[in-house]
Write a protein that binds this ligand. Structure first.
Ligand code: FMN
Length: 195
């Protein structure tokens, strides 16, 4: 069974990022794709320390073992698709999401682009501005690692400040639904089942 793992980089477990992720995952489940969400809120990840040990070890793991990063890598490895969700913090991804990207991205590069040809997509919550930059930051992770990125009817962002406010952004909701449908279509094409 096809599977998509979503990472929620928000400090608020039930905030707008979580709601946007769920909108995408709901469409994937409608298409028979298994989904799982992994929240980073109470699971701090440190940034890359540039030890380059992953290039020496080549064991598909980060050499820094004292947080949940290797668990995240294992979840990415077993999934067919990866969804990264981040709030907009000072016009960029959250610190937790940045740490996940730095370290899982480096381990993937050290191991021959280990997420190559998985399907990847990013979604962003914002109050007002900066979401497009966050969207770019998420896409850089996928595109440097030979992953395949589906599009939607707009860039994948939803507008809202307080938790739940993204539900008032009808275009954002439609963007998430279309993204989920396109992600499901692409996964099925790649894996040879009829969409
Ligand atoms: C530290 C911090 C920085 C923020 N910076 C921005 C920003 O640059 N642009 C923006 O539109 N919203 C900004 N916001 C607002 C959040 O992006 C917005 O409330 C979003 O819905 C949060 O998603 P969440 O509910 O998943 O936490 C910031 C919030 C925090 C806590």
């Amino acid at each position: 069974m096809l599977k998509v793992i979503a990472f929620n980089g928000s400090a608020r477990k039930q905030g707008n990022t979580s709601i946007l992720i769920d909108m995408v995952l709901g469409e994937l489940r409608n298409e028979g794709i298994k989904t799982e969400t992994y929240g980073l809120a109470d699971r701090p990840i440190k940034g890359c320390i540039a030890c380059y040990q992953c290039f020496k070890n080549k064991d598909q793991r980060c050499a820094v073992e004292d947080d949940i990063l290797n668990e995240c890598i294992a979840k990415m490895t077993e999934a067919d698709g990866i969804l990264l969700g981040s709030p907009t913090y000072f016009a960029d991804v959250s610190a937790g999401m940045k740490a996940l990207i730095e370290r899982s991205g480096m381990v993937a590069r050290a191991n021959g682009d280990m997420f190559k040809r998985k399907v990847g997509a990013g979604v962003v919550a914002a109050r007002r501005a900066g979401a497009i930059h966050v969207f770019s930051s998420l896409n850089y992770f996928f595109l440097i690692g030979q992953m395949i990125v589906p599009g939607s009817s707009y860039w994948n962002l939803g507008i809202g400040r307080e938790p739940g406010e993204v539900r008032n952004d009808s275009e954002g909701i439609q963007t998430m639904k279309t993204l989920g449908q396109n992600m499901a279509w692409l996964l099925k094409k790649i894996h040879g089942s009829d969409g």
